[in-house]
Design a protein around this ligand. Sequence first.
Ligand SMILES: Cc1cc2nc3c(=O)[nH]c(=O)nc-3n(C[C@H](O)[C@H](O)[C@H](O)COP(=O)(O)OP(=O)(O)OC[C@H]3O[C@@H](n4cnc5c(N)ncnc54)[C@H](O)[C@@H]3O)c2cc1C
Length: 355
Amino acid sequence: MSDTRGTLAVVGAGVIGLSVAWRAQQAGWAVTVIDSHPSRGASWAAAGMLAPITEAHPSEPGLLRIGLESAAMWPEFAADLNHESGQSCGFREDGTLVIGYDRDDAEYIRRLAEHLREWNLAAEPWTTAQRQVNAPAIAPMVAASLFVPGDHSIDNRSMLGALQAVTDRHDVPILRSRVRSVTPTSVELVGGDSFECDAVAVCAGIDSIGIIPELPVRPVKGQIIRARTGERTGELLTHTIRAHVRGRSVYLVPRRNGEIVIGASVEERGRDTSVTIGPISDLLEDARLIVPGIDECELVETWAGLRPTTPNNMPIVENRDGVVIATGHGRNGFLLSPWTAATVNGLLDEIRPAS
Ligand SMILES: Cc1cc2nc3c(=O)[nH]c(=O)nc-3n(C[C@H](O)[C@H](O)[C@H](O)COP(=O)(O)OP(=O)(O)OC[C@H]3O[C@@H](n4cnc5c(N)ncnc54)[C@H](O)[C@@H]3O)c2cc1C
């Protein structure tokens, strides 16, 4: 490439690595992605909520700030990805309906609405009549509903497919190999081969700690379910539903292909990715209370993934001794992918300024 900025090795082909690779290639880098099992980490498991607002917690103002920044980038990011890949990445702008099942859950919703008002974030309490018109599949007896128009969703697997199509189209190779170690200008593969480059970005999710052991990232397990609507159920849902059910939480995220993703457990179990009956049945029990019609859905899949999580839930996106790191996105890797790719491009500019 005559206009190349230099050669960049991106370690990891999850949502973060592929987003970084795509945006860096657009900025003029000659990119090679390295991953032995592309896109089968946390990104394959995710529900794909783009939800800075309903995820907001008073103790995490920094996360809310970058989450809102990234959410604002999403419409253009998705349009650009659809255009460049020639396929849909599954971005939906339908908003999110938060449900409180009983009186205590309704109190939680009331406090959430209060926080959102303090932060000037749009949220609209719905009456029962509004809910029956706009979300008729929700059980009639739920105690409270709050509509949040700014929280959207992405079909995680369609997005990964679109990102891979874009890398193909731009001749960005995905090298099927595992990285053992990196320096600012080289990558060593398991098996002993190595290659030189002008910059390195480590985007290997939870396994980034296998390459840079001092990163403060730990795995937080999430179990999740995929169900499919059909003739008997009709579409069921047009909005993402986040429900609080007797102190527990469950969400249901509809996809354009008729699937509904129901998630997710939050478990501190190290690197265990087994699917277990307890968390899956809790999720199904709560989801059925909120949307009884899911009884008629086909159960398509149960799955588990590991969220790469930091102590303060902020991602690590930085230049560490000349190597760019982008990991630790926890429960928000999809939400934060446009922001991360843009931030990494800024870090790459510092390493090797455009001439
Ligand atoms: C159940 C569940 C639900 C979730 N729901 C949401 C949600 O609704 N919204 C949201 O925004 N986020 C959600 N997340 C979080 C999101 O999935 C993660 O934050 C995101 O996928 C992290 O992406 P990543 O690319 O960093 O990691 P990964 O997707 O894990 O990708 C890392 C890649 O690096 C590769 N790799 C690892 N080590 C090496 C090595 N040594 N050499 C080469 N390659 C290597 C792996 O093979 C893998 O492909 C959810 C996560 C889970 C588990």
